[in-house]
Ligand binder design. Structure first.
Ligand code: BG6
Length: 287
């Protein structure tokens, strides 16, 4: 295992796997196996800390989307985790898997973000690559470091998976799951055994029971499993939405990505003072 650092990134290599993480947002920018990229990153993504990264794995905390009421209502869309600079805490495992950690607390937030969400907390983010099993795992622990104030939070790994061509993608593992569909503004139960994308998709699947599989041309391509994480968001902006996102390049890039976002977003996670929550996702590449 080797770890190389620059002022803005930390890169971990083990065997033929490599992961590169931007300190800003603790955003995973790239995950390669034998040089093959598994994540989608916009060519015009801002990597200078001026904006959340368009691609890779931005972290959503403590609110998913934009809330109009309650303690998170002053925060921007998707909260502050993806727009704060995290502290690199070092490596926690060298063999047989490589793992590194990042931390975030109120001391790392801008004065503005602190005012917008005034709680004492500790986030520890662990990124693990397992070369033998071709997996990338991202795990978060959230601690309420208040003396006696509970807080509610959403958390989500906003993963942009790279796919050869969206027209050939089928997503399984979502059938019979309740959906909140933000495009049609409706709620229903997913009927499809194989979910396909041929237009804008923005859906929150609530309490997904098992693994979500991304198949390409009828073959397993990537599998996302979750530990202590209930929901899965499926997002593809398609033509018009991509057109409207200044940092989405090339504009036809939506052909080569699908966001499968593991998170707890349909309901608030409640954390009492002194308590800790932990959950994660594991992505396996079928190469
Ligand atoms: C998804 C949301 O998780 O993120 C979408 O469900 C949203 O509604 C998308 O458009 C991208 O969000 P942002 O803030 O990164 O442009």
């Amino acid at each position: 295992m080797s770890v190389s650092q620059t002022d803005s990134t930390v890169t971990v290599t083990i065997g033929s796997s490599e992961v590169k993480i931007l300190r800003y947002g603790a955003t995973v920018l790239s995950w390669t196996i034998d040089g093959k990229e598994q994540l989608w990153l916009s060519e015009s993504a801002k990597l200078d800390g001026s904006k959340a990264v368009r691609g890779g794995i931005p972290l959503v905390f403590p609110v998913f989307g934009k809330s109009t009421e309650g303690p998170t209502s002053a925060l921007p869309q998707h909260g502050f985790a993806r727009t704060s600079t995290w502290e690199y805490l070092g490596q926690t495992s060298e063999k047989p898997v490589a793992a590194i950690q990042f931390g975030l607390g109120p001391e790392n937030l801008s004065d503005e973000a602190k005012k917008q969400w005034d709680y004492n907390f500790t986030l520890i983010y662990t990124v693990t690559i397992d070369d033998a099993n071709k997996t990338l795992e991202t795990r978060m622990s959230v601690e309420n470091a208040e003396q006696n104030k509970p807080f509610d939070f959403n958390i989500l790994f906003h993963t942009y998976l790279r796919v050869p061509e969206i027209a050939n993608v089928e997503v399984t593992g979502l059938q019979a799951v309740p959906v909140k569909d933000k495009v049609t503004v409706s709620s229903y139960v997913e009927q499809a055994a194989k979910v396909t994308v041929s237009g804008e998709v923005d859906r929150v699947y609530e309490n997904v029971p098992g693994a979500v599989n991304v198949d390409v041309e009828n073959k397993p391509y990537l599998t996302v499993t979750r530990d202590n994480i209930n929901d899965v968001v499926v997002w593809n902006p398609w033509t018009e939405k991509a057109e409207g996102l200044a940092d989405f390049t090339p504009k036809q890039g939506f052909h080569h990505m699908i966001c499968i976002e593991a998170g707890d977003v349909a309901k608030w996670q409640k954390l009492a003072a002194g308590d800790k929550w932990e959950g994660g996702q594991k992505i396996k590449a079928h190469l």
